[in-house]
Design a protein around this ligand. Structure first.
Ligand SMILES: O=C(O)CCC(=O)C(=O)O
Length: 285
């Protein structure tokens, strides 16, 4: 397996909980992915919404290919070994001059996974800059264990529950994760991170791919994942098939079943029963 991450990058991930930028495709290819997304949005009359933003790699072949891209998987393998599942994926799209933001949080809070060996590859389809609301992190915060969070359900917060850490975050410690199109950052599931609104005149589009080694288990419900490299000797998750054409009706049905089941995990303990219901949660990720 080729080493994509240098020893210094692996050490940076271990020390800081985040490493970037890592180029995974050319800027032209990132622009092509953006064009494919926007072609679909034009056909359907507006920005990708609701459940279509989640586990979209079960709906579109070009995203199924992206979550299996060799260079990305080589980097994840450098951190977590050769047997890898793509547990989830989420589009984080901020429209131009939109108030949407992401509060300071740790991803691990409501995901229900039994170990913190979970990494997000956040792939930039557009640039991510301080002006357009790039992610920000508190380096080293992934070593803090699980921090209590409060749910705010704030209107423009892109997170499921608008959850935020119940500790003061010192803005002086933040690091802005700036990326060019076609680059990715890798962040640890316990890293405290968030992002402010997009104040630029163009959209900011990121595709967050969540990877786990196969030994990680879901402990609060039934769940599924896609085996993207190696072997699954543990079978903690129902294994998902790979779509061979976009928006295949069988995959649309599978995706609906799977995202509804995930919602039960992510919203457990709240009054929200269906995160695909636009009336209940108009802007949620
Ligand atoms: O895209 C963003 O601004 C936030 C993304 C995020 O919180 C995540 O990928 O875990």
């Amino acid at each position: 397996m080729p080493k994509v991450l240098s020893p210094e990058q692996i050490a940076a991930f271990e020390r800081e909980g985040c490493v970037f930028p890592i180029r995974v495709m050319s800027e032209d290819n990132a622009a092509r992915l953006r064009a494919r997304l926007e072609e679909f949005e034009q056909q359907t009359g507006g920005p990708l919404k609701g459940d279509l933003r989640h586990k979209s790699h079960l709906l579109f072949t070009w995203l199924a290919d992206l979550v299996r891209q060799e260079l990305i998987l080589d980097a994840i393998e450098n951190l977590y070994g050769p047997d890898l599942l793509c547990w989830s994926s989420n589009f984080f799209i901020k429209e131009a001059r939109d108030p949407a933001f992401v509060s300071w949080h740790q991803d691990s809070t409501y995901w229900g996974l039994d170990k913190p060996d979970v990494v997000t590859a956040w792939v930039a389809f557009t640039e991510a800059t301080e002006a357009n609301g790039a992610m920000e992190s508190i380096p080293g915060s992934h070593t803090l264990d699980q921090i209590p969070h409060r749910d705010t359900f704030a209107k423009h917060n892109l997170l499921t529950r608008g959850q935020e850490v119940m500790v003061e975050v010192n803005p002086a410690e933040r690091r802005v994760i700036t990326l060019r199109p076609g680059e990715m950052s890798l962040h640890h599931v316990r890293l405290v991170h968030g992002s402010p609104p997009n104040q630029s005149d163009d959209r900011r589009i990121g595709f967050a791919i969540r990877y786990v080694p196969t030994y990680v288990a879901q402990i609060v419900g039934d769940d599924s994942a896609s085996l993207v490299r190696g072997e699954d000797r543990f079978r903690h998750f129902e294994l998902e098939p790979q779509p061979l054409r976009d928006l295949d009706p069988a995959f649309l049905a599978l995706h609906k079943r799977i995202t509804e089941r995930s919602a039960r995990i992510l919203y457990r303990g709240t009054a929200v029963k269906d995160y695909n219901d636009p009336a209940a949660q108009p802007e949620r990720q």
